[in-house]
Design a protein around this ligand. Structure first.
Ligand code: F0G
Length: 461
């Protein structure tokens, strides 16, 4: 293990540190979240981000092929030759001029970071390679997570491929898109369906993991978030180390936004960037805890001394009213985001904003992203829907450089796509109509024709 890496409580009034070998879901002293942290002054920190270009030529060192471990110097908690990879992070930032007008941006201004290209089809693989690496170092035998689908698919493929640990996943009943469920089952994970939603599964998996000594791979795990920092490193790499004006990301359990913030905090501290991008986190209207707390109630990080009473009161009221998250973007259908406080820190550092988008806005954005050639699942499309909203209200300028993160592949949730583009009214009503989606302005409807050559040719003329 790297003796210059440790775990660090994010609460400034506590600030406790723990050895890398200890396994905690939260700070044992104060209950706050933990960071992976480093004594950077004792480590060989690169002088410039160009340092990482040398690894492009090292295709014979297979860990350098990983889009995560190519940046090992910026997440150096384990020796490189111990790091787990199954080829994650071979993802590309795509200039999306076809989608830019939809978002109200000028050509050359919208970029899509397509994380659907990962081995399990979502950004989670960035974090899973790092989380599993830590689990391996501490000798974990069984990995566990709660999931709205992608974390479980990712954990299942990593455990299945590497055979380092057994996989146990907790999911809410009827809450997972079939693409994702099929992955977990196919990769051999023990799949436990809880009567309840994601938040119930999340609460239980923490209890069970503590009792049985299972290694938790949700984004509460600070090492998982280290891997997700590299999504931002690859964005910068694709922009030849220029920092964009905006990063726009869907918000669910808030692991991604938290890790992006940490990435920029560290890059700035290490003198590797001058400018910091602004961060926009996008909630679905039906799962808008962060939006309500941050935008409506003005909750702020406040140097780590955030208004905890406000948060507690919000959740008490949520429980009293029996309010439950509900959105077609099932990946982000979450009431109590576990990384709320880290996300507040990220929003603070990146002068962030939070917006919410409707089911209609999500699906229209998704259809436009798809027509641009990069299919994504509904949750991912919230990023572009959010960027569109921010441009329309004048927060994002039309000629600013905006990176939207497409978090998951289109094949994860074919129902939403087929209901939107298809012509089966009953199916539409069952999947989308019941959620208040009324129009399919950007649909690419299939055409039905008799099995007759003349009629087919007529149709194509
Ligand atoms: N997009 C997709 C496709 C996701 O699967 C998730 C989260 C998010 C966005 C939200 O990211 O939690 O970092 O804010 N999915 C988790 C899961 C919760 O269990 O797969 P976040």
């Amino acid at each position: 293990m790297n003796s210059y890496a440790f775990q660090h409580c994010i609460n400034p009034d506590c600030g406790a540190t723990y050895d890398l070998t200890e396994i905690h879901h939260r700070c044992p002293k104060c209950g706050a979240l933990l960071d992976a942290d480093y004594q950077w002054d004792k480590l060989p920190v690169p002088k410039s981000l160009k340092h990482f270009e040398q690894f492009w030529a090292q295709r014979d060192v297979f860990r350098r092929m990983s889009g995560v471990w190519r940046f090992h110097d910026l997440l150096p908690f384990a020796p490189l030759d111990e790091c787990v990879t199954i080829g994650e992070g071979q993802t590309l930032l795509q200039k999306a001029d076809f989608v830019a007008p939809y978002a109200g941006l000028k050509p050359g201004c919208l970029f899509l970071q397509y994380e659907g290209l990962n081995p399990s089809g979502s950004f989670k693989d960035n974090g899973m390679s790092a989380g599993l690496t830590h689990g391996k170092l501490v000798g974990a035998k069984t990995a566990a997570c709660a999931s709205t689908g992608n974390t479980s698919a990712s954990m299942a493929i990593y455990c299945g491929c590497t055979r380092l640990m057994n996989a146990v996943i907790f999911i809410g009943s009827g809450k997972i898109a079939y693409g994702k469920l099929s992955q977990a089952l196919d990769y051999g994970a023990k799949t436990i369906q809880i009567e309840g939603d994601f938040d119930d599964a999340m609460a239980r998996v923490q209890e069970v993991s503590k009792k049985l000594g299972l290694y938790l791979l949700n984004s509460l795990n600070p090492f998982r978030l280290e891997g997700q920092k590299t999504i931002m490193f690859r964005v910068l790499e694709a922009l030849r180390w220029e920092v964009p004006d905006w990063i726009v990301v869907p918000g669910g359990n808030l692991g991604n936004s938290s890790s992006f913030g940490k990435a920029f905090i560290e890059l700035k501290k290490l003198g590797l960037i001058e400018k910091v991008p602004r961060l926009a986190v996008i909630n679905a209207v039906g799962a808008n805890t962060l939006y309500r707390l941050y935008t409506e109630e003005g909750l702020r990080w406040n140097g780590g001394r955030y208004d905890k009473q406000k948060v507690d009161a919000f959740f008490s009221q949520m429980d009293a009213e029996g309010r439950k998250a509900s959105t077609i973007a099932s990946a982000i259908e979450i009431n109590r985001p576990v990384n709320l406080t880290k996300c507040l820190r990220a929003l603070d550092f990146c002068d962030g904003v939070v917006r919410q988008v409707t089911e209609q806005e999500i699906l229209d954005a998704k259809a436009n992203i798809g027509a641009g050639g990069l299919g994504c699942e509904p949750a991912s499309a919230a990023s572009v829907a959010g960027a569109k909203k921010l441009v329309a209200e004048g927060t994002i300028g039309k000629d600013e450089r905006v990176v939207c993160v497409l978090t998951g592949n289109q094949l994860k949730d074919p129902n939403a796509t087929v209901a939107y583009h298809g012509t089966n009214r009953e199916f539409f009503d069952k999947i989308l109509g019941c959620r208040g989606v009324t129009t399919t302005e950007f649909a690419n409807h299939p055409v039905t024709v008799a099995n007759d050559i003349d009629q087919i040719i007529d149709l194509l003329k």
